[in-house]
Design a protein around this ligand. Structure first.
Ligand SMILES: [Cu+2]
Length: 68
């Protein structure tokens, strides 16, 4: 299944890569894609990761998960 999040502060491919890498470490996540223009992060996973875990991953990458 897919979940979408909005992340603040990503400006380039390196930012996107950092976020992809951290979220990609979460259990069950199979794919992470980033749309830089909107800050939208789409996560494919066997089951949706806990929002708190996604928040921590985004924090670890150095960015901020926005509440929708
Ligand atoms: Cu960047």
């Amino acid at each position: 299944m897919e979940s979408r999040y909005t992340v603040k502060g990503m400006t380039c491919g390196h930012c996107a890569q950092a976020v992809k890498q951290e979220i990609g470490k979460l259990p069950g996540v199979t794919e992470v894609s980033v749309a830089l223009d909107t800050g939208t992060v789409t996560v494919s996973a066997e089951r949706a990761p806990e929002r708190a875990a996604v928040r921590t991953a985004v924090d670890d990458a150095g960015y901020e998960l926005l509440d929708d």
